[in-house]
Design a protein around this ligand. Structure first.
Ligand code: FES
Length: 156
């Protein structure tokens, strides 16, 4: 169930984009910022607001990996599985992240604080091994740095 405050926020965004062409993706991005994922009820509201069939919206959401249909953590951690990072200890970095937050890739912690995903390159190979939290890049990672940085996010 969506909270009233979230419904109001979403309605405001839908009104903002209602008459714009190509509004769906930016609208979905803003909606995801409200919920940290895209609940089906929110997609229904967006479909009605933009007069787009829900099946089309669902197609877009499932096509782009940046969109999530299940609850996602406040902090989205992405670790790199690319060769550039693996040769510089990326495997250990991923292992340390998993150990520190207690989940595997593709999962979200029960308190909805962290999610963990992996990608084949984060486009910053010179900084290998790399970890990203939301939009912040952390390079030349070590196991110790992983623990410290995650601890800082946990503390807010
Ligand atoms: S291989 Fe990891 S950032 Fe490119």
């Amino acid at each position: 169930m969506l909270e009233q405050k979230q419904i109001d926020q979403l309605s405001t965004i839908i009104n903002k984009y209602q008459k714009q062409k190509g509004a769906l993706i930016p609208l979905l991005q803003e909606a995801q910022r409200i919920f940290n994922y895209l609940p089906m009820d929110a997609l229904s509201m967006i479909g009605k607001g933009l007069k787009i069939p829900l099946s089309n919206i669902y197609g877009v959401v499932t096509f782009y990996s940046a969109f999530h249909l299940t609850p996602h953590g406040k902090y989205s951690i992405t670790a790199c599985r690319g060769t550039g990072c693996q040769v510089k200890g990326g495997k250990k970095i991923l292992h340390t992240i998993k150990e520190t937050i207690g989940i595997n890739e593709g999962e979200t912690t029960d308190d909805l604080m962290f999610s963990l995903d992996t990608v084949s390159c984060l486009g910053a190979c010179a900084l290998a091994p790399v970890m990203v939290i939301n939009k912040d890049y952390f390079g030349k990672m070590t196991a110790e740095k992983v623990k410290t940085i995650i601890g800082q996010y946990r503390a807010g």
